[in-house]
Design a protein around this ligand. Structure first.
Ligand SMILES: *Cc1c(COP(=O)(O)O)cnc(C)c1O
Length: 229
């Protein structure tokens, strides 16, 4: 008699992912928004393929990374093994990495200067790729932080569209660590609305429910899913 082989079972949702999912669902209900209007980006930076695989197995398909080189080292294998993965670049981009970034990522959240616009526009055309593009707004006007100053946002977005032909679909912000995030989310939403942009990439582990209240369409959640970095 052959030993019984274990039947394939559905892997239980890792509990942290399930907790984030239920918090998103609750925030959507409170804001009277459709759950489908919010995309959860699981931020896997610093975590290796072994840590990421159970999250993919639990059904998560959208992931965020903040470095092109790190993403290149771990994602191509996972992308070929699991269909339907979408990768978002949420960290700063250097012009000389634009070619690799356009080839690997499905979305870029960190557009904030003309040199990046130019490099991305060239690669998007030559690689015939369609990416979701976000302009990063430095809502706290922090000198050390990337992003366009709020006062320069309208002109920058117009330039992205008219001069570089980039189909910008939304804005991204990272509020200052010691500030209440709500005013930063509200400001980002206001700039997006007056520029006809429908996507809002805002909210991290500590504040994604607040971000959903302010209209976030993409929440970028790392440590609440993967644990401490
Ligand atoms: C790391 C990172 C996140 C996720 O942060 P957590 O606090 O771990 O959820 C979100 N957005 C950006 C831009 C990041 O670099």
């Amino acid at each position: 008699m052959t030993p019984e082989t274990p039947s394939p079972i559905t892997m239980p949702l890792p509990s942290a992912l399930a907790a984030v999912e239920s918090e998103i669902a609750r925030a959507c209900r409170d804001a009277r928004r459709d759950r489908a209007s919010v995309t959860l980006i699981a931020v896997s930076k610093t975590f290796d393929a072994d840590a990421i695989t159970p999250v993919i197995a639990a059904g998560q398909r959208v992931f965020g990374e903040n470095r092109v080189q790190e993403a290149k080292a771990k994602w191509p294998g996972l992308i070929s093994a699991y269909p339907g993965i979408a990768l978002h670049l949420i960290g700063p981009l250097q012009s000389n990495k634009a070619k690799e970034a356009v080839a690997l990522f499905d979305a870029i959240h960190s557009i904030d200067r003309p040199s990046i616009c130019e490099a991305l526009a060239k690669e998007i055309v030559s690689q015939k790729r369609q990416l979701e593009l976000f302009v990063q707004i430095n809502t706290g006007e922090e000198p050390q932080k990337a992003g366009v100053a709020p006062g320069e946002a309208d002109a920058f977005i117009a330039n992205c569209r008219e001069k570089y032909g980039l189909a910008i679909s939304g804005l991204m912000c990272i509020p200052p660590v010691n500030d209440a995030p709500a005013p930063h989310f509200a400001l980002t939403a206001k700039i997006a609305a007056r520029n006809g942009l429908k996507n809002l990439s805002m909210g991290m582990s500590a504040d994604f429910a607040v971000a959903i209240q302010f209209g976030a369409t993409h929440v970028r959640v790392g440590s609440a899913i993967f644990g401490k970095r």
